[in-house]
Write a protein of this length. Structure first.
Length: 173
C-alpha cells in the first residue's frame, strides 16, 4: 500500500466540506433568525495560499450559507458548491469540468453525506472529531478537530512535501 506521505506528492486539488471541517459545526442564531458560523483564520491563510500557489481548491456542502460563500470567495475560492444534496454527482461534474484525475484529489470531510464521494478520490482525510464511519475510510485522521485548523494542517503537509509551502506567495495575504 502506498504510504500517506508518498500520496501527498501527487495532490493538485483540495476539496473541503464546510460545516464540521472549515467550521466546528456550530451554527449561531440571533433572535432575528440570522445564522452565522465561525471560520478559523489559520485555515483561511492556508486556503488562500493554496489558491495563490496554483492548487485547485473547492468546497462542497449541503449548507446554503451565504456567509460561507462570502468567506470562501474572499479567500479566492470560487468553486463553491452549496446546497449540494448528492455530493458524488457534484464531485463527478467538478472532476469532469476541470479535467482532474481522482488520484490527485485530497477530500476532507467529517460526516456521512461525504462518505461515497470520499471513496471516489485518491486521498480521503478527516478532522479528529469526524464520524467513525468517515474515520474508517480515511487514509489520514488529523489530530485537530474541525474548525480549529485541520484544513491548515493538511494543506501545510501537502505543500511542504511538494516544496511549495514557503514560496513567494507565502509572504503576502
Amino acid at each position: 500500500m502506498e504510504s500517506f506521505f508518498s500520496k501527498l506528492k501527487d495532490i493538485t486539488t483540495f476539496i473541503f466540506d464546510v460545516d464540521g471541517v472549515l467550521t466546528d459545526g456550530s451554527v449561531f442564531v440571533t433572535e432575528a433568525g440570522v445564522q452565522s458560523r465561525a471560520f478559523n483564520i489559520k485555515d483561511g491563510y492556508a486556503l488562500q495560499l493554496a489558491v495563490k500557489s496554483g492548487y485547485n481548491v473547492a468546497a462542497i456542502s449541503g449548507s446554503r450559507s451565504k456567509s460561507a460563500l462570502f468567506r470562501l470567495n474572499s479567500l479566492g475560492i470560487y468553486d463553491v458548491y452549496l446546497g449540494t444534496n448528492t455530493k458524488v454527482d457534484r464531485l463527478k461534474l467538478f472532476m469532469e469540468e476541470k479535467s482532474i484525475h481522482p488520484s490527485t484529489i485530497l477530500y476532507m470531510a467529517d460526516d456521512i453525506p461525504d462518505l461515497a464521494a470520499m471513496q471516489m478520490i485518491g486521498l480521503p482525510v478527516c478532522p479528529a472529531d469526524a464520524a467513525e464511519e468517515i474515520k474508517a475510510i480515511c487514509t489520514y485522521v488529523s489530530p485537530i478537530p474541525g474548525g480549529r485548523g485541520c484544513a491548515r494542517e493538511i494543506i501545510e503537509k501537502v505543500m511542504k512535501v511538494q516544496g511549495t509551502w514557503l514560496n513567494e506567495q507565502a509572504y503576502s495575504w
